[in-house]
Structures are given as structure tokens and as C-alpha cells.
Design a protein around this ligand. Structure first.
Ligand SMILES: CC(C)(COP(=O)(O)OP(=O)(O)OC[C@H]1O[C@@H](n2cnc3c(N)ncnc32)[C@H](O)[C@@H]1OP(=O)(O)O)[C@@H](O)C(=O)NCCC(=O)NCCS
Length: 203
């Protein structure tokens, strides 16, 4: 895939009761309410701006944010998905830093609402996204970086059998400070059957 080329909307990707689709304007209010309800669940893991300036997620309309996120599709730099479970919006999965040229790679980030945690929704959503990146778009590599303290998220990459690559020190500004991250990756050659095939069951 050449860098900077518009990425086509893949429509609804689904496995079991888990669905992924590109975020839409109509998600603004349900997403705002979900972010507000999950403040204490999410704060510790949320990206923040080093300047200290930033809006508390859920405190304002999500419409401008959704417009900005959808711009990534047109620029070919990212795919902003929402995660759905049995038709209900339960979280977000962001594919970002899509690089073409000699890299052909992308990074993934995610969250789900506390009320649906522990059902295996995120591993299925990540598998759907990475299988699309590899077999739909033709990327070569996907990467996920996680704070060492985030045991729940470390289980997600473990369930998917992603390869540990090492620690990046002070890598991302999270919850008000530069935080170390453990980085995991998978290449298309390592997963010729895709990542969904690695999950014993789907929620
Ligand atoms: C990390 C996260 C996305 C995992 O999503 P998920 O859909 O719950 O994933 P799983 O169902 O596979 O659960 C993963 C692990 O979470 C832990 N877990 C399960 N239920 C839980 C709950 N109610 N509360 C806290 N942790 C729980 C378990 O250790 C579980 O592993 P197990 O299945 O071996 O028991 C989710 O916990 C979350 O959104 N956390 C807050 C935001 C965040 O950390 N994002 C990732 C940043 S890298």
C-alpha cells in the first residue's frame, strides 16, 4: 500500500457477537456517555498531552473528534473503529501510524467499557482488525505497546500469541507522564492463517 493513499471503509467486520466498524457521526453521543461512565476505568491508561492541555474525555461533544478521526482514513494514516458487542457500542479500537513504503506497518490501541470486560471482546476485535490490515489492505506488520502495569492488556496480546519485542522507555505520555511500554508485534508471514484462527473461541 502506498503511503498517503485513502483507505477504503471496510464496512462491518464481525466474529461471533463482536463487530468492528469505522466510527460515524451518529456514535458521538453514545460514545460520550460511555466515556463518561468509564472515567475511573480508563484514566490510568489514557493518552495525555505533555503540555497538560487537554479535554477530559466525555466532557464535550465527540463530533469534532470524530471528524478528526475520520480524516485519518482519507489521509491513509489510520482506521478509527468502534467495537460493538451484540450490536451495542462498547469501546474503540484505533489503528494508527499506518506507514507505507518499506515499512507497511501499523499500531493498534483499544479500550472496552468495564461492564463488558473479561468476555474476550478485545482479543476478537484486535484479531479482526489485524486480519483486515494483513489480508484486506496488505500490510506486513502490526504492533501493540502496553504499560507493564496493565496486566489485562498484556493478556490480550498473550491470547493472540503476539511476539514480545522489548521495552521502550518513556515512550508514550499516558495519564500525565511519560510511561515505559512493552511492545509486541506480529507480521503477516508469522500468521498466515490470521489471528482470529488463533482464538479457541469467540465471545
Ligand atoms: C485491556 C482491555 C482492553 C481488555 O479487554 P477485554 O475485552 O476485557 O479482554 P479479555 O476479556 O481478554 O480480558 C483480558 C484480561 O482482563 C482481566 N479482566 C477480566 N475481567 C476483568 C474485569 N472485570 N476488570 C478488570 N480486569 C478484568 C483478566 O486478567 C483477563 O484475562 P483472562 O481472560 O485470562 O482472565 C480492558 O481491560 C480495558 O479496556 N481496559 C482499560 C483500557 C486499557 O487498558 N486499554 C489498553 C491500553 S494498552
Amino acid at each position: 500500500m502506498p503511503l498517503g493513499q485513502e483507505i477504503a471503509d471496510p464496512g462491518e467486520l464481525g466474529a461471533g457477537r463482536v463487530g468492528l466498524r469505522v466510527i460515524q457521526r451518529g456514535d458521538a453521543e453514545p460514545l460520550r456517555q460511555l466515556l463518561t461512565a468509564n472515567r475511573s476505568w480508563l484514566t490510568r491508561w489514557e493518552a495525555t498531552h505533555p503540555s497538560g492541555l487537554g479535554i477530559v474525555p466525555g466532557s464535550v461533544s465527540m463530533k469534532p473528534t470524530i471528524r478528526l478521526l475520520r480524516r485519518q482514513l482519507r489521509a491513509g494514516t489510520g482506521i478509527p473503529f468502534v467495537i460493538r458487542y451484540a450490536g451495542e457500542l462498547v469501546g474503540q479500537l484505533s489503528v494508527s501510524e499506518i506507514s507505507g513504503g518499506a515499512l507497511q506497518s501499523a499500531q493498534l490501541g483499544y479500550w472496552v467499557s468495564e461492564h463488558v470486560a473479561g468476555r474476550g471482546i478485545t482479543p476478537a476485535a484486535v484479531a479482526l482488525a489485524i486480519d483486515h490490515l494483513f489480508f484486506g489492505i496488505g500490510l506486513h506488520r502490526a504492533e501493540i505497546c502496553i504499560r507493564p502495569e496493565n496486566t489485562a492488556s498484556l493478556r490480550v496480546v498473550e491470547k493472540l500469541g503476539m511476539r514480545y519485542e522489548g521495552r521502550r522507555s518513556a515512550y508514550i505520555h499516558i495519564d500525565g507522564a511519560w510511561r515505559d511500554h512493552e511492545c509486541f508485534a506480529v507480521t503477516r508471514d508469522e500468521a498466515p492463517q490470521g489471528l482470529l484462527a488463533r482464538l479457541p473461541q469467540l465471545p
